[in-house]
Design a protein around this ligand. Structure first.
Ligand SMILES: [Zn+2]
Length: 701
């Protein structure tokens, strides 16, 4: 998971993806009247043309249209402004561009820091949450910035002198743009829409409330009963869905794995259907049998030492659809931005505008994976390895990972010893980076720009937006040290941080800092995470483990592709049913999850009507983020191929990351020589299947 500040992420996903989009804006429905009729713009253009000559004709036409389209009557006299601020002199235009680039780096960078500090008590484990923390996390200090930039006319000077480019234009002509042209387009497109501050503020508030809800959604596993039996160790506290899913994956190597996995599946189903008793969430003082759905007070000897103080009154009353109330609240807040975003008039449209890949192309890529004839072939291989037919839990089969040869306990012991506290991890970053092929100098440089904090949630990476500031790595280290899950996530987050350092500190234009979209930063993080065991000195990749990695990648992409389609479908449902209440939304999510399961997964895994595709927490706290994961796998695969071709990971990673935020295909052509595609993964999977001779004998279960 990547996180800019909560507000920034949600805004990026839902509203301000217009930063990167921006066909010429049109008048917002219900917006304030503007100066803008073309009738008035015509004479003004003629006047400027007479003054500056034919060579400026195209710039005048475009600049005047761009200003007029977002000008409101309350902004004053547009003609007067345009006469005074149109820049024809190329030298003045150049220094103005440089001034704006430098200033926006400072503005964005400092606002990001303010957001980080407002959210610090919510994101970082600084002790018990105070009532004020919730309020502070909901404040977006930059909520008024865009409107202020319009009112101060800075935005209009940009729109008058620099070009907006629609998504279609960027897709069709982007390959031919110079770096400077790209930077100018990013500068102007920041102002392609004008969403009122109160709408942005409400979106930030909903987002932060949903995040806080998810961040505290822990299950105390020792307190799960299966017919009176406790399957999980004392103190094991798993956050939904990340830790639950990863525990299920880890259980393949456990003799009691099948029973544990069945228990986890029951918990997940209860969460999705909201039949989970509200009282058992993050409560180690109650025992819960998810099968019978009964709750009892935990006997005192079973309560962990130092367990948080919670009500131990047994109650099986279901959680009152809070999960779906949070999602609905995000939807309702995002929907308020629609009238101010006419070229992308829904949160769904804005999400794909921000990715700079059209929804149809994303859905087609995901469907290509889901319906690939390779799926049944890989599933036959898994059946052979498991020595049984596939079941629902094998959605998360991870036996292609070399790590399954190590039990979760072994791995935990290794990481706990190596990283007893987060400082130990922070100190180890230069070594980790050198092991990944960075020079000592580069590794020290990057490490000096990564700040490691203790996370309340599973972990995340928080970027920086101005040179002089550092990205933050938030990681969760339990009292007895960093467990393997936490370590693996930390390596993933470190991948984000390294990309963030290069794409800010080494990019040629800070207006281009970052990556094309979240899928790219996820892909780069996966490249790191794929080497987590190697970094512990546990396994060296050989042909056989490389083959396993491909099959594992394919299976994971297949899994998350369906989850992503559910996320997209749920948002379409909400737009079709804007008046729905949380209970109706719950029923819809359950139904959509079942439909997708029955269509794509039941033929392979059985379990008709399973609701598991609805368990991802992102659906609630990071709406429409999920499609970035399967895209990330595809992209990661292309990047991995390139890294292999080039040799060392370090220098290639740096070369790719410092290219910055252009369209996905342009970025990928620079990185790997071809546009984004599912083909490399599918081809490699086919090859991995056909070289099955190297297949080790099935593991004993
Ligand atoms: Zn991530």
């Amino acid at each position: 998971m990547l996180r800019s500040t909560a507000a920034m992420l949600l805004l990026a996903a839902l509203a301000l993806s217009g930063c990167k989009s921006g066909a010429p804006p049109v008048r917002p429905a219900g917006g304030e009247a503007r100066m803008g009729p073309a009738a008035q713009a015509g004479p003004l253009k003629q006047e400027l043309l007479a003054r500056y000559g034919e060579s400026q004709k195209e710039r005048i036409e475009r600049g005047v249209d761009q200003v007029v389209s977002l000008w409101r009557a309350s902004d004053g006299d547009a003609a007067e402004f345009i006469r005074a601020h149109f820049i024809a002199d190329p030298v003045l235009l150049d220094v103005t561009f440089l001034r704006l680039e430098a200033t926006f780096e400072q503005l964005d960078g400092h606002f990001l820091e303010i957001g980080r500090e407002l959210r610090r008590p919510s994101d970082v484990d600084v002790g018990p949450l105070l009532p004020i923390d919730r309020l502070m996390a909901g404040l977006d200090a930059s909520a008024h910035l865009t409107e202020d930039l319009f009112q101060s006319k800075i935005a209009f000077e940009v729109l008058l002198n620099f070009p907006l480019a629609s998504l279609e234009e960027r897709l069709s002509r982007g390959a031919g743009y110079s770096r400077r042209q790209w930077a100018e387009i990013r500068l102007a497109n920041r102002f392609s829409r004008r969403i009122p501050p109160e709408v942005q503020q409400q979106m930030a508030k909903s987002a932060s409330e949903a995040e806080l809800y998810i961040a505290q959604y822990n299950i105390w596993m020792h307190h799960l009963l299966a017919g009176g039996e406790r399957l999980f160790p004392r103190g094991l506290r798993l956050i939904s869905h990340w830790n639950l899913r990863d525990e299920l994956k880890g259980d393949y190597a456990d003799p009691r794995g099948p029973a544990k996995q069945a228990q986890i599946l029951r918990v997940m189903e209860r969460i999705v259907t909201q039949t989970i008793p509200g009282a058992v969430i993050d409560n180690p003082r109650l025992d819960w049998d998810p099968g019978a759905n009964s709750v009892t007070t935990a006997p005192p000897p079973e309560v962990e030492e130092g367990a948080p103080n919670r009500d131990n009154k047994a109650s099986a009353a279901p959680e009152p659809n809070t999960r779906y109330a949070k999602l609905l609240s995000n939807f309702q807040a995002a929907k308020k931005a629609d009238p101010y975003s006419p070229i992308a008039p829904t949160a769904i449209a804005r999400s794909f505008e921000g990715r700079e890949i059209p929804e149809e192309r994303v859905v087609a890529l995901l469907t290509e994976i889901l319906t690939s004839p390779l799926v049944p072939k890989v599933s036959v291989l898994i059946e052979k390895r498991l020595g049984r037919s596939l079941r629902v839990q094998d959605l998360w089969y991870n036996g292609f990972q070399p790590r399954s040869t190590h039990s979760e306990e072994e791995l935990d012991a290794i990481t706990r010893k190596r990283y007893p506290h987060r400082d130990a991890f922070a100190k180890d970053i230069p070594r980790i980076l050198q092991k990944l092929g960075f020079t000592k100098q580069k590794a020290d440089f990057v490490a000096s720009h990564v700040v490691v904090d203790p996370s309340r949630g599973a972990g995340h990476a928080l970027q920086a937006a101005r040179r002089g500031d550092s990205p933050h790595l938030r990681t969760r280290v339990e009292k007895d040290g960093m467990n393997y899950k936490g370590y693996s996530i930390a390596i993933h987050e470190l991948g984000h941080n390294v990309e963030q350092v290069f794409s800010l500190y080494e990019v040629d234009h800070t207006l281009l800092s970052g990556v094309p979209n979240n899928a790219f930063t996820e892909a780069l993080a996966f490249v790191f995470q794929a080497r987590d065991l190697e970094l512990l000195g546990l396994s060296k990749p050989d042909a056989a483990s490389e083959r396993l990695r491909v099959l594992n990648d394919f299976w994971q992409t297949w899994e998350i592709a369906g989850v992503a389609l559910v996320d997209i479908a749920v948002w379409h449902w909400m737009y079709q049913h804007p008046g729905a209440d949380p209970a109706q939304l719950r029923d819809a999510v359950v139904q959509i999850a079942r439909e997708h399961w029955n269509k794509f997964y039941e033929p392979i895994l059985g379990g008709k009507d399973t609701v598991l595709l609805g368990i991802y927490s992102h659906m609630i706290s990071y709406p429409l983020y999920l499609p970035d994961y399967p895209l990330g796998h595809l992209i990661a695969f292309q990047i991995e191929e390139q890294v292999k071709k080039a040799g060392a990971l370090g220098p290639e990673f740096e070369r790719m990351a410092m290219y910055g935020s252009v369209t996905p295909d342009v970025w990928m052509v620079n990185a790997a020589g071809s546009p984004v595609s599912a083909e490399p993964l599918l081809r490699a999977t086919e090859k991995a299947l056909s070289s099955g001779d190297a297949e080790p004998s099935p593991r004993k279960k």
